[in-house]
Design a protein around this ligand. Structure first.
Ligand SMILES: CC(C)(COP(=O)(O)OP(=O)(O)OC[C@H]1O[C@@H](n2cnc3c(N)ncnc32)[C@H](O)[C@@H]1OP(=O)(O)O)[C@@H](O)C(=O)NCCC(=O)NCCS
Length: 177
């Protein structure tokens, strides 16, 4: 487990698959995630099996919050495309329980991912891609120190419109810890 103040990150289990599929079939969640088709349980099962073949440091974490005496899953996050020579990696996140958006969980998760990335994985650069149409995400990333770095113009197509993808990053030298 990786513990934060209100959240913890754990490894995904096969039993999580129906929950992941339900989250990712919600158009509000899926809309900002480069996913646009309904997902079946078989799709998600295949994703899980492929995920297990990835290097362990690229396995996703399940984000959990306290529910009474227990913990409950609210979303996923991960490091992708870790380049050990450059010491750079991309991060991704979604909070699948959308009634919990705008309560600081995304911000806290990103803070934990940065700590893990810099203090445990010894990365030098952590970046992400976010749609320009996702102000909540952009705000959460800015709050933990992600810097606007670039813009891929009209690199995505969403709801009948070409939209830009923003690249944001944090360098170890500017990370507040
Ligand atoms: C993006 C996401 C991870 C953010 O998580 P979250 O827990 O909602 O984020 P937080 O509550 O920590 O921070 C959101 C911030 O954006 C602000 N915000 C939300 N909607 C906003 C809007 N329309 N305009 C401006 N700011 C907005 C919130 O007020 C909050 O800022 P504050 O704490 O200063 O008030 C979550 O909304 C999510 O999973 N969305 C669906 C999937 C997704 O977009 N994933 C990311 C792809 S890059």
């Amino acid at each position: 487990m990786i513990y934060g103040e209100r959240i913890r990150l754990r490894a995904p289990e096969r039993e999580d698959i129906p929950r992941f599929a339900a989250w990712l079939n919600d158009p509000d969640v899926r809309n900002n995630l480069m996913l646009y088709l309904p997902l079946s349980l078989a799709d998600e099962q295949r994703w899980f099996d492929n995920m297990l073949q990835l290097p362990a440091d690229e396995h996703p974490f399940v984000i959990e919050i306290r529910r009474g005496d227990d913990w409950g899953a609210i979303g996923n996050c991960s490091f992708n495309r870790i380049d050990w020579r450059v010491r750079s990696a991309e991060v991704g996140i979604f909070i699948g329980e959308k009634q919990l958006w705008n309560q600081g969980y995304g911000t806290e998760t990103m803070r934990l991912l940065l700590r893990h990335g810099f203090n445990t994985l010894n990365l030098n650069r952590i970046f992400l891609r976010v749609y320009e149409t996702n102000p909540g995400g952009i705000r959460a990333y800015e709050k933990v120190g992600f810097v606007h770095e670039g813009r891929l113009r009209q690199a995505e197509y969403q709801d009948g419109q070409a939209i830009d993808i923003l690249i944001m990053s944090v360098l170890r030298s500017e990370w507040a810890g």
